[in-house]
Design a protein around this ligand. Sequence first.
Ligand SMILES: [Zn+2]
Length: 307
Amino acid sequence: MGIDLGGTKIAAALFNADGEILNRERMETANARTAKEVVQRMVEMIHSVSMEHPVCGVGLASPGTVNSKDGIVLQGTNLPEWNNIPLKKWMGDALGIEVEVVNDANAAAWGEYVRGAGKGSGNMVYITFSTGIGAGIVLDGKLLLGANSFAGELGHNIVVPDGPACICGNNGCWEMYASGTAIRDSALELMLSNPSVIGELAAASGEEISAKHVFEAHRQDDPIAAQVVSRAVHYMALGLANAIHTFNPDRIVIGGGVSKAGDLLFPALKAETEKLVMKPYRGTYEIVPAGLRDDVGLIGAAALFHT
Ligand SMILES: [Zn+2]
């Protein structure tokens, strides 16, 4: 069983040993305010989704900072008042089955490694570029957790020491330069004094300006979009080069909204990364788009029980 616990929704799915979904459910968390209430809802969901099948384990992907060893959510981003919640114990006691808890980026990384674009690689770095930057690392076939299971916060690596302030309290974190939010913000800044079709594209779609519109404008040869994308690609590649030097992966899997830019992103990102890595690393890794979509957290959580 995989559970993807989000700020507004919970998804649960029952998988067979081949990783196929047999049954699934989704619900809003809006009415369940306390952690106890959310846990109660998840337990009910598991009973309902399992359809009397024997469940060998429940893998849970949680946002925020998670102590995976003890299954405790230390601080749930987007889950107010979620501090030091012993999810593994509460869920395990209520269900009488084994429960594993990982943070959502690590679950996604594991999902891509076992069932997605990381399949067949031995050493994989997974990076998701969206509102922020999430990452998970698989080394020698194992999810890298670290001493406190906090490993993989690549988005908060400091790339510009006196850069803009990040929510984490530091300045110049990677996600301030290479996330979808950063792409949007640098477009907005340039649009103040330069004409661009980015605004029109966003207005036509009825959405707020986002990285998606920047890439759409880039496809139409908008010079401002080209400038924004080129800067973003440089910073994305800079972070990838750091990860390549640190982990020596054979594959880097890119997820998140920004990865949907496809041919507008990947060739440029590969070329820029090759420029930034040291010579011996050149040609030792692939950079590929993620293979799984919205279900990646669910799949990765359930795959914690993959043998
Ligand atoms: Zn930060």
